[in-house]
Design a protein around this ligand. Structure first.
Ligand code: HAS
Length: 549
């Protein structure tokens, strides 16, 4: 099951990456058309976001969670429940994909109303989410059985991390379930004529920001538990890992309004409160930067590294036998820039300059398409090798994939950052307007930044193609070794025993309290405001739709 849950989204990823390339070509003015091969710009952008950011990540997190629970807790799962979860996720994904491909659901991955999708899109997403919840609930019996048998022992760090990820996911998906089931689905089915846009958007971002930490936590599990050993050393501090995971449970959710700084109906007091909490949610990532750097330094020094900076030379950057190191290290490097730009976005007044410009996709590609994407594809390949007893194909080329991706993403994001700071909009088919010399809207000073974007995006596509070749060549090769679920586990340098990070309970209570403080007043404000309900729209027409989709 783990294998199918890894391979299915990687197949879909082919579609996701293709539409990434299309995006940069449209935006750079290399395509002056509304559509290519029968798929229009917004349909392609919706596929790109939904496949890469929602489907690939959710399937991977579930598969990786199963691997972690099975490996560290050493107990079988209830397979009937696991198959139920799997079936719901597959059926849900196929329903949402069919809705997008039919051209009736070009609502982008944020599915903001008043853009309206076909009901199958909302039902499909709901089934996928419910399937992932069931997978999580299936991990409780082995978890509690392990705790009963190991009284007084620390739960393995990786298990704490994956539980933190799915707690964040549960917190995040409840508001979006309310948004879909109460607001969007009845509207999409034609049962009600209009939708409350400010409320729907607030519920979406109540989901949307913890979502990004749900993506990040499995990556942090890999970084904390595997990277130190790959670097030849030990994890510098077990406490730092536990604190990071639990801190993200606490602060992931009460920050969503930082996506709505420019929106009406929410007072600046609550925008400020969310900006403040956003600064706090960045703290564990700073802690992670120092802990991982110290862990890598420890490994490098054991390997003969000397001096303040000389030890950096002793890390296994191009070691084809420890190739996962390259996937993890490149992600970390990219995340430095993704993190810094996140702090800029969170800074309220600076956000006014960059909001809804191409700066935003630059920021989030340096997070979700940086550390998260590289660690997820690296781990998918690693698990295929282990679980199928295969020999990795093209190992010397494989170790270069993350570096080419990194060069690509840095060039791509530089183009988008420059354009965004100059006002270039996101989510716009600029080949029809701003980068088309025949258009009265033509902006010649944006063109060179767009070429940078296209160059970087092309390099990313090349790295993606290289990965697909290696992945499928390995998958279809003959098994040469016994198959085994064997995860890399680092030892700990400082194995602190701090009671405050041994239990989820106080952190969950704190998270619940912060959610009430951060969301009850702004939701009340939104409900009190007297915006009219909105009729449905499609992205390419300023006139509302009046009939059902
Ligand atoms: Fe973000 C928008 C703020 C992190 C994803 N973010 C987005 C969107 C996405 C996204 C998808 O406050 C767009 C949504 C949309 O479609 O509209 N974000 C932050 C902040 C952080 C942050 C403060 N974001 C993430 C992560 C994401 C993600 C993680 C995906 C997984 N973001 C915002 C804001 C907006 C936003 C606003 C809305 C803006 C708007 O106007 O709409 C922080 O959590 C970041 C903390 C990270 C760090 C970096 C630590 C560095 C590390 C690397 C160390 C490296 C080493 C290697 C050791 C502080 C851990 C050294 C090697 C050498 C060679 C030196």
């Amino acid at each position: 099951m783990i294998l199918i849950e890894l391979i299915f989204p990687v197949i879909l990823l082919v579609l996701g990456i293709y539409h990434g390339l299309m995006q940069v070509l449209y935006r750079a003015g290399m395509i002056h058309s509304r559509q290519v091969l029968g798929l229009d710009y917004y349909q392609g952008l919706t596929l790109h976001g939904v496949v890469n950011a929602i489907v690939f990540t959710t399937f991977f997190a579930v598969a990786f969670g199963y691997a972690i629970i099975r490996f560290y807790l050493g107990r079988p799962m209830n397979m009937k429940v696991a198959w139920l979860s799997f079936t719901l996720m597959i059926v849900g994904t196929l329903a949402a994909a069919a809705a997008i491909l039919s051209g009736t659901s070009s609502v982008l991955y944020t599915f903001y109303p008043p853009l309206r999708a076909h009901p199958a899109f909302y039902i499909g997403l709901t089934l996928t989410v419910v399937g992932s919840w069931i997978a999580f609930f299936n991990w409780f019996p082995p978890y509690f059985a392990w705790k009963r048998e190991h009284r007084g022992e620390k739960v393995p760090l990786a298990v704490v991390g994956i539980f933190a990820a799915f707690i964040v996911w549960l917190i995040a998906t409840i508001p979006v379930a309310i948004e879909i089931l109460v607001l969007l689905l009845p509207w999409s089915l034609g049962w009600v004529a209009t939708v409350n846009v400010p409320l729907a958007r607030m519920l979406f971002w109540f989901f949307g920001h913890p979502l990004v930490y749900f993506w990040l936590l499995p990556t942090y599990v890999m970084y904390y538990t595997m990277l130190p050993k790959l670097a030849g050393g030990k994890l510098f501090s077990d406490f730092a890992g536990r604190l990071t995971f639990l801190w993200l449970v606490l602060y992931s959710a009460p920050v969503g309004i930082h996506h709505q700084f420019t929106e009406p109906g929410i007072s600046s007091t609550w925008k400020f409160v969310h900006a403040f909490f956003t600064m706090l949610v960045a703290v564990p990532s700073f802690a992670t930067a120092f802990t991982l750097a110290a862990s890598m330094e420890h490994g490098a020094r054991l390997n003969g590294g000397r001096g303040w900076f000389g030890w950096w030379r002793k890390l296994p950057y191009l070691d084809k036998d420890r190739w996962l190191f390259a996937y993890f290290f490149c992600g970390l490097f990219i995340f430095i820039f993704g993190g810094v730009t996140g702090i800029i976005n969170a800074s309220y007044n600076l956000d006014v300059v960059v909001h809804n410009t191409s700066w935003l996709p630059a920021h989030f590609h340096q997070t979700v398409a940086g550390p998260i994407f590289l660690s997820y594809i690296g781990m998918s390949l690693f698990l295929v090798v282990k679980l199928m007893g295969k020999e990795l194909r093209l190992p010397r080329i494989n170790v270069w994939v993350p570096y080419i991706w990194t060069v690509g993403i840095m060039i791509f994001s530089t183009g988008l950052f420059i354009g965004g700071a100059g006002g270039e909009p996101r989510r716009t088919n600029m080949g029809l307007t701003y980068t088309d010399p025949r258009s009265p809207l033509y902006q010649p000073d944006w063109v060179y930044a767009k070429y940078l974007g296209a160059l970087g995006g092309t390099l990313m596509t090349i790295a993606g193609l290289m990965f697909f070749i290696i992945f499928f060549a390995t998958l279809f090769s003959r098994a040469t070794k016994p198959a085994a679920l064997n995860l890399i586990t680092s030892e700990t340098y400082h194995d602190e025993h701090v009671p405050a990070v041994q239990s989820f309970t106080p952190w969950l209570a704190g998270a619940a309290l912060l959610l009430v403080i951060a969301y009850a007043p702004p939701i009340a404000q939104t409900l009190r405001s007297n915006f009219p309900g909105a009729a449905p729209y499609t992205p390419d027409n300023p006139v509302p739709l009046t009939s059902k989709p």
